[in-house]
Design a protein around this ligand. Structure first.
Ligand code: ATP
Ligand code: MG
Length: 381
């Protein structure tokens, strides 16, 4: 008998019809990338993927960061033989120490003489005959023994829920506006989980934002690479733009005009680098610039789709995700960001597009944007 790791991929991949093969290949490549440096072999048995390797825990830990995997199970591989199946199922229930159990069979191998109902019934009866103080509970069993009958048979009882989502790299590309806060790394994670490739852009305002603030953003992008493999971080020098805005524009319009610049520059970088879209960590109503009217005014500068995957989430839910994906502890480090330094006392919460365009026209926007892009640093992570 061998112990293998069985990988079940997300059910959405099955719905891809003729394209299914492409998604499977991408997922497999991503799994290989995540397992780099470990010893393992891939085993295929009629539509299921298995991995055999010595460091089972490490393999599982890495696969738990791969999008497109629904479930990971450590399985016992045995011969497709009725007595062997019964014995293994019995052992599985016994070892679990459960008082209630259920047998759940999937028979992909139609040449096996018994159908799944018969196997459930007979194996269940065998367990009842050979263990004391045990009953069947088909609705809420303490131990659910899965029997997967293929060329070989696979028995397991402790499936681990994985990330689901779509294989990374199957759904175009976005440029994530990554600040040092809690929200934007979560937004990047959520886009990536749907298979969208993610590059990042950070607006840096030295000396008002320190080198440590930039390192923090870099660290957040690095944490994301645990899920996505690699990314580019565009660091845009933003001080001159902010200074010009402060000097020439009304105080209550500073934030909204600054956000328009960020949006324009992000779209320009996206365009120059063949990135289809932009993503932000905005959530409706969270701060003054994230009102519906504020979003209308900043979105006006976009020439491509802008995704805001957190738009309808509460802060508390965003924080939960941030803890789960491992960005929270870094996000709460207390380094200033460029927006908190230049916040007006009473920012406009209901800006009017025509009015803001007019206020902004006093600046040489095109020139400022070009200079910032010219001096943008690209960090490859
Ligand atoms: P976060 O927690 O992501 O910083 P926030 O709640 O602080 O978000 P804002 O400061 O209004 O909200 O920023 C809204 C969004 O704008 C951020 O989620 C991020 O996508 C983008 N953003 C803000 N500041 C920067 C920056 N310095 N560089 C890149 N993107 C930024
Ligand atoms: Mg912020």
């Amino acid at each position: 008998m061998k112990k293998l790791i069985m990988v079940k991929y997300a059910s959405e991949i099955f719905l891809k019809g003729l394209n299914k093969g492409k998604f499977e290949k991408k997922l497999r490549d991503n799994m290989k990338r995540s397992l780099k440096g470990l010893e393992y072999t891939f085993v295929h048995d009629s539509g299921r993927w298995f991995l055999e390797g010595s460091d089972v825990d490490e393999i599982i830990e890495r696969l738990m960061k791969v999008f497109g995997i629904a479930e990971i199970c450590v399985v016992s591989q045995i011969e497709t033989d009725y007595d062997a199946i019964k014995a293994k199922a019995l052992e599985e229930v016994k070892e679990s120490g459960a008082k209630t159990f259920k047998i759940e069979t999937n028979r992909a191998n139609k040449t096996f003489a018994y159908n799944s109902m018969e196997i459930n019934r007979e194996v269940g009866a065998y367990v009842l005959d050979n263990l004391q103080d045990i009953t069947v509970d088909i609705h809420n069993p303490e131990c659910m023994v899965h029997i997967d009958v293929r060329d070989n048979t696979y028995v397991y009882s402790k499936p681990i829920k994985a990330l689901n989502g779509m294989p990374y790299g199957t759904n175009g590309k976005t440029l994530l506006m990554l600040s040092g806060g809690i929200d934007s790394p979560v937004a990047g994670y959520m886009m990536a989980r749907r298979g969208v490739e993610v590059d990042c852009v950070y607006f840096h305002s030295p000396p008002y934002t320190s080198e440590r603030a930039k390192d923090k953003v870099k660290k957040l992008a690095e944490i994301l690479t645990g899920y996505i493999g690699r990314t580019n971080l565009y660091v845009v020098p933003f001080t001159d733009i902010q200074m010009q805005i402060i000097e020439k524009c009304r105080e209550d319009e500073l934030t909204i005009i600054m956000r328009r610049f960020m949006m324009s520059i992000a779209c320009r970088i996206a365009k120059d680098n063949e990135i289809h879209s932009v993503a932000t960590g905005e959530s409706i109503g969270q701060v003054a610039s994230q009102t519906m009217q504020g979003l209308v005014v900043s979105n006006d500068c976009a020439d491509r789709p802008v995704f805001r995957p957190l738009i309808a989430l509460d802060k508390i839910d965003i924080m939960d995700i941030s803890r789960k994906i491992g960005t929270y502890e870094t996000s709460i480090l207390p380094y200033e960001d460029c927006c908190t330094i230049f916040v007006p006392k009473h920012p406009k919460t209901k800006p009017i597009l025509e009015q803001i365009r007019k206020s902004e026209s006093i600046l040489d926007k095109e020139k400022l944007i070009e200079e910032a892009i010219e001096k943008t640093e690209i960090i490859r992570l």
